[in-house]
Ligand binder design. Structure first.
Ligand code: MTE
Ligand code: HPA
Ligand code: MOS
Length: 752
């Protein structure tokens, strides 16, 4: 089935916050933010700005009726700065005016006197100062010290992976309107409507029942709206509540880039021990996560780094630690992969380092250590239904790896100014929120008297196609036409206490809840049908909008059945609740079974480097991916391709740059390069691994949103292999992204 949004997207009719019909008298918000990264506030003067014609009010921390606090996991993040500033771009005041242009003028009239404090922008500096946003964590299994002493080769090195800007097409924003009796309705571009509702209630000092949050769809989130959509929604709600006016605030791109956090940069060190048979016996890593100025989702992201520190490999002795370092950058946040990619980059770097030392291609080491059933992850979960070897072997066979490898070698002996590199990237990604209590969801289904169906869940559509998958579930269960089924907006008054749409689990959690609700209705309706047709329930089924009797269409249509049920006073509405079974995790022992299942796959990447210029092209990425049993291959393929593009961007060209003063330098698309259609590999091939799927996946169709991003890591190593083919003196560096500048330097580094 096509993505249900494709029609309105194509016609430009899909609605986003900026397109909403605004009520008469709507006012416009704008943030005045810190022009310095770390300072004491000496004096904030808003008088002149507030006097400007058309300015209605300027809110500061003094105007907050409840708690000036929006921290999700830890209350360490004020909505509006009070006495001090912790990052460049931190919101200080919220201007409300009759137009956006007036608000902009007013922003220029606000003056701020500060006393500068020392600015920390790197994780290592914060680490040395012992500045953390939360507790450090360690996962361990086996005995690394002993194992290293028995290894034939032990190697150590350090790695860096940079941040990444989400660059959702729709910038952050929200629209608040007043309802009766002091209630506020906020339409927000958020992945987490309940989180927004809760934060607003807390800041306004009202009950959550006074706040309704509604989400139609997002023009992309990618994790950037899991936590960081909250501030703006709270600001418009605060202003609406105070002024009794509708308030709209959509950030412009510059403000959005400057004020919001990104993927966490990581500075890491590793030690890897290998025996002559290429078995990785021991692995240690220390991850310094650049968390930014407040906690945000950093602890959960740090945790996922540890969960994925050994990627798709079985390693018996592991010792990994992550430190969430507090710096003066905007709080870094969720980004597709959620710390997993940062972890995987380090183990892949360690393998590349080892391969180089041993003089074997990296894939030989990767292959010798792939995860198998009954292997134990460092966090105690036992691998089952592992597809690591299957996807690897399928990729080697389908894409004729050995032949391709030789072809690259031949090319390199025959060419001097161009060199090719090839790499293999296996992935293994855990599905479930790492925080077990978040793994549940609800759905609400109404069958209307005419047989049409409307339903709601806690899922937020952000382009990943979850609404289409959800609608498929209803259509399949009732056997009715797609035109008869519509999905409502995600609204906290219909479906409450939701987890954010994240962790690639949205379709699994909400879909399973929806399926439960639909099945309850179906059971009731089967009874009605069996009575009407005077037959056994087991003989009745629903298909083609008709009730089937023993596989033959009866003359009872779906519509007629619904009318009958309604007249018989059968309840045509139902709720479903789903909580993932079997998962648990104990943070004291750091052991448990946190994931419902894992998603696997293998990517083979070829790149060509222009050795005069340092530029490169990704020739091909060929993937065997574990979709389980895909319920919508069009959507799932789109997810793989989109995630791959984002992974390639992160690894090769997207360079988030801050000055030593903490100012964002890459603050526009002229200075921040994202992959475009030309940066994509000439050939992207995706083959579905033939499996039976997993019972904990919705209709056995595995989660697909995040895992394929990590195929992009293969690009780094393909390019690196090409560099090595040109310059044998090049000392491997693990410093992503691998920009053309870095490639050029590497090509001629240590040259004789
Ligand atoms: N795809 C599109 N088009 N837009 C997005 O914002 N977000 C990604 C991924 N794919 C995203 C996307 C992220 S970070 C996650 S966690 C998942 O989708 C969330 O959706 P799911 O749980 O339905 O897979
Ligand atoms: N993924 C995404 N978001 C989350 C997670 C996770 O594992 N845990 C908490 N929020
Ligand atoms: Mo995705 S980073 O879990 O929103």
């Amino acid at each position: 089935m096509h993505n249900i949004d494709s029609y309105s997207h194509l016609r430009g009719e899909s609605l986003y916050i900026d397109d909403l019909n605004k009520q008469q008298g709507t006012l416009y918000g704008l943030v005045f933010d810190a022009p310095i990264a770390h300072a004491k506030i000496l004096k904030l003067d808003i008088a002149k700005a507030e006097d400007l014609e058309g300015v209605v009010k300027i809110f500061t921390c003094k105007d907050i009726p409840g708690s000036n606090q929006i921290g999700g996991i830890i209350p360490d993040e004020p909505l509006l700065a009070e006495k001090d500033i912790h990052f460049w771009g931190q919101p200080i005041a919220f201007i409300v005016a009759k137009s956006e242009a007036i608000a902009k003028k007013a922003r220029k009239l606000i003056t701020l006197k500060t006393e500068a404090l020392p600015v920390v922008v790197t994780a290592i500096e914060a680490f040395r100062n012992r500045q953390f946003v939360c507790k450090s964590r360690t996962f361990k299994i086996g005995d690394t010290a002993k194992a290293f002493s028995q290894c034939d080769y032990v190697m150590e090195d350090s790695t860096y992976s940079n941040g990444q800007e989400h660059l959702y097409l729709e910038t952050q924003g929200a629209y608040a309107v007043c309802k009766e009796n002091g209630k506020i309705k906020v339409t927000s571009s958020t992945q987490g409507p309940t989180q927004v509702q809760k934060a607003i209630a807390n800041v306004l000092n009202v009950g959550m029942h006074q706040i309704e949050v509604d989400v139609l769809r997002l023009g992309g989130g990618f994790g950037g709206k899991e936590d960081q959509a909250t501030a703006w929604a709270v600001m418009v709600a605060l202003a609406a509540k105070t002024l009794h006016k509708p308030i709209k605030f959509v950030l412009n791109r510059h403000d959005d880039l400057r004020m919001t956090g990104k993927r966490h940069p990581y500075e890491s060190t590793f030690k890897i021990g290998i025996t002559k048979d290429l078995k990785i016996q021991a692995f240690e890593a220390t991850f310094l996560q650049n968390s930014g100025a407040a906690c945000d989702l950093s602890p959960a992201i740090a945790e996922r780094t540890l969960f994925h520190a050994t990627n798709a490999y079985s390693i018996k002795n592991v010792f990994t630690t992550v430190h969430s370092c507090k710096t003066n950058l905007p709080p870094n946040t969720a980004f597709r992969g959620f710390g997993g990619p940062q972890g995987m980059f380090v183990i892949e770097s360690a393998i590349a380092k080892a391969a180089n030392k041993l003089g074997v291609p990296a894939y030989k080491i990767q292959e010798a250590n792939l995860l198998q059933d009954n292997d134990v992850f460092s966090y105690g979960q036992v691998a089952t239904q592992s597809e690591a070897k299957n996807s690897w072997q399928e990729a080697f066979k389908s894409f004729e790896f050995e032949k391709a490898f030789k072809k690259v070698q031949n090319f390199n002996t025959q060419n001097h100014n161009f060199k090719k590199g090839i790499s293999v990237m296996p992935i293994c990604f855990g599905i479930s929120f790492t925080n077990t209590p978040m793994n549940h969801a609800r759905a609400l289904v109404h069958i209307y008297q005419d047989g049409s169906v409307g339903f709601s869940t806690g899922a937020v559509e952000m382009g990943q196609g979850v609404n289409t998958k959800l609608r498929q579930i209803v259509i399949q269960t009732f056997g009715i036409h797609k035109q008869q089924v519509s999905i409502e907006t995600t609204n906290t008054t219909r479906v409450a206490n939701t987890s954010p749409s994240a962790a690639s689990s949205t379709a699994d959690l909400n879909g399973k809840a929806l399926l439960k609700a639909c099945n309850k209705l179906k059971e009731r309706l089967l009874k009605v049908a069996s009575k009407s047709l005077n037959c056994a329930i087991a003989d009745v089924s629903f298909k083609n909008n008709t009730v089937y009797l023993k596989k033959k269409a009866s003359d009872l249509s779906w519509e007629k059945l619904i009318q009958t049920a309604f007249l018989k006073r059968v309840n045509l509405s139902e709720q479903g609740h789903y909580a993932t079974p079997k998962i648990h995790f104990d943070k004291n022992t750091e052991k448990g079974h946190p994931f419902a299942y894992h998603v696997y796959g293998t990517a083979i990447t070829e790149a060509t480097v222009d050795c005069l210029r340092g530029t490169y092209k990704i020739d091909s990425v060929k993937i065997v991916h574990d979709f389980g049993s895909s319920m919508n291959m069009d959507i799932d393929l789109g997810q793989v391709e989109g995630a791959l593009a984002q992974g390639i961007g992160w690894m090769t060209m997207e360079e988030v740059a801050y000055g030593d003063d903490g100012r964002l330098l890459s603050n526009a698309l002229s200075t921040y390069k994202v992959p475009d259609v030309y940066a994509m590999p000439k050939i992207v091939e995706v083959k579905a691994l033939d499996t039976k799927g997993h019972d904990l996946a919705i209709l056995k169709s595995k989660a697909v949103g995040e895992p394929p991003l990590m195929y992009g890591i293969g690009t780094y190593f393909a390019i690196q292999n090409a560099i090595k083919a040109f310059n044998n003196n090049y000392n491997l560096k693990f410093d992503a992204p691998m920009t053309p500048e870095k490639v050029l330097k590497s090509l001629y580094s240590n040259a004789l």
